[in-house]
Design a protein around this ligand. Structure first.
Ligand SMILES: [Zn+2]
Length: 458
């Protein structure tokens, strides 16, 4: 069995033996989730699409994830929803009409008719045309919209959509295996009720599509941890991308080098996320859990184990904010599914047996160890020195000094109403506010009455 591995001597942040002895490697599971309501949004159809045999994006990783979640009986501890498809109108809340029209019409058979717009919409090897491309997008986007809706209504405290997290998609074009940006759609929805949303991205790649969408607003803060050397896809995500206009200092980037290990990553993550939350005061968090930041990923170059990746999830959860959790990259399906099943258990505060359930379909994918926690570390040299990471932390936290407390709750950017489906909820919340106000008035009156009674007998 592989146990926690992030205080190995090779860690960038070295600990003395006393500190190591007294520092729990990870917070133990208590089985009690503090009354938190967790919902899981899934539509098994999403795993049936194929980008092509040589393409690294394999939607069947979502099916493997689901088998593990069910095999561990985690569905019994949360609301398990089959998600609907996003409507065209919802998708158009962010994306341009001509781009979405193209995605709806193009097929592998007629693709040559659209050749003149391939470059405009960035269609090519990374973002190929495949059968059912628009349906695929509308399914995973529907999951994130459903998840955001459950958070808004208060039916969920944590809402999970592993099929979402496609953070590279742009308003007018596809990018990095992403066509429709479900995260942006989910955040736009959250902004209807939440004054400030914090977006955190632990994918190997920079969360450029989300950053770009909210670059000029202070109502969303984006914080992305990723590999950066100026060339690595998507080529953005250096320190100086800090936002613009009202959004200045609301885009935070943590550029990392190859091979970062568990302990260094967790230390850095916690030392940045904690002050970001206590300075920005978000009212909701969206966490993108791209699993290509794990060690041994087909396209990856970090050394993270599943427990370390999950520790970031646990840390964000510990702030008790409404939380939308989405997937993202991840190109070694057996490890992606292990990580997301494990992170589901972290969100439920349920301890899982390291030995995978034996009765699940496709168990052979997980051999020869059949473990939830194979050792994924140590394959790449760690190029992040302590000095480098200290500097990264310093430069990122410097941005927070410019934020004078939480920004105004007044809306500089009023996101468009998505389909008007929130009207009922708006009405309900209004009634609730009125009831609360009446109750307060009544309580105040009663207090005054009691005071008067006191005067009578004084
Ligand atoms: Zn990625």
């Amino acid at each position: 069995m592989v146990v926690n591995t992030w205080h190995q001597p090779s860690s960038t942040f070295s600990l003395d033996s006393k500190a190591t002895r007294n520092t729990p490697a990870y917070v133990p599971f208590s089985g009690d989730n503090g009354g938190l309501k967790v919902s899981y949004h899934n539509n098994e159809d999403v795993s049936r699409y194929h980008f092509g045999t040589r393409h690294p994006m394999k939607p069947f990783r979502l099916m493997l994830t689901d088998h593990l979640v069910l095999g561990y009986h985690l569905h019994e501890k949360m609301d398990y929803y089959k998600t609907r498809r996003a409507t065209e109108e919802e998708i158009l809340q962010f994306h341009s009409e001509d781009y979405i029209d193209f995605l709806q019409r193009v097929t592998p058979e007629n693709r040559s008719e659209f050749e003149s717009v391939w470059s405009k919409f960035n269609i090519g090897d990374d973002c190929p045309i495949f059968d059912g491309i628009y349906d695929y997008c509308s399914i995973y986007a529907g999951g994130s919209l459903d998840a955001s809706r459950k958070l808004i209504s208060g039916q969920s405290d944590i809402a999970i959509n592993w099929s979402g997290g496609l953070h590279h998609a742009k308003k007018f074009e596809a990018s990095g295996f992403c066509y429709v940006n479900d995260i942006v759609l989910g955040i736009l929805n959250l902004l209807r009720y939440h004054p400030r949303v914090l977006y955190i991205d632990i994918d190997l790649h920079h969360g450029d599509g989300v950053q770009e969408a909210f670059y000029s607003t202070d109502r969303v803060m984006t914080l992305s941890f990723h590999k950066y050397n100026g060339e690595f896809f998507p080529g953005t995500g250096n320190f100086e991308e800090i936002g613009t206009g009202l959004g200045t200092h609301h885009s935070l980037n943590v550029p990392l080098r190859d091979g970062i290990d568990d302990f260094s990553y967790i230390q850095l993550f916690q030392s940045i996320v904690e002050p970001v939350i206590s300075t920005y005061h978000p009212t909701a968090v969206v966490l993108q859990c791209g699993a290509d930041s794990l060690g041994c990923d087909r396209l990856g170059c970090f050394n993270l184990n599943i427990r370390a990746h999950g520790e970031c999830v646990r840390f964000v959860k510990s702030f008790g904010l409404p939380m939308m959790v989405v997937g993202g990259g991840g190109y070694t399906p057996r490890n992606v599914s292990r990580a997301w099943a494990y992170e589901t258990s972290v969100l439920l505060n349920v301890e899982l047996d390291t030995q995978l359930p034996q009765e699940i379909p496709f168990l052979n994918y997980f051999g020869p160890d059949y473990s939830l926690h194979p050792n994924l570390a140590g394959k790449v040299d760690n190029r992040n020195t302590k000095k480098y990471l200290d500097n990264v932390k310093h430069r990122v936290l410097e941005q927070l000094r410019y934020l004078q407390g939480a920004p105004s709750v007044q809306m500089q950017l009023q996101p468009p109403d998505i389909e008007g489906f929130l009207e009922d909820e708006e009405e309900r919340l209004k009634e609730e506010r009125e009831r609360k106000h009446e109750a307060e008035v009544r309580a105040e009156k009663e207090m005054k009455d009691r005071a008067r009674v006191g005067e009578l007998y004084a």
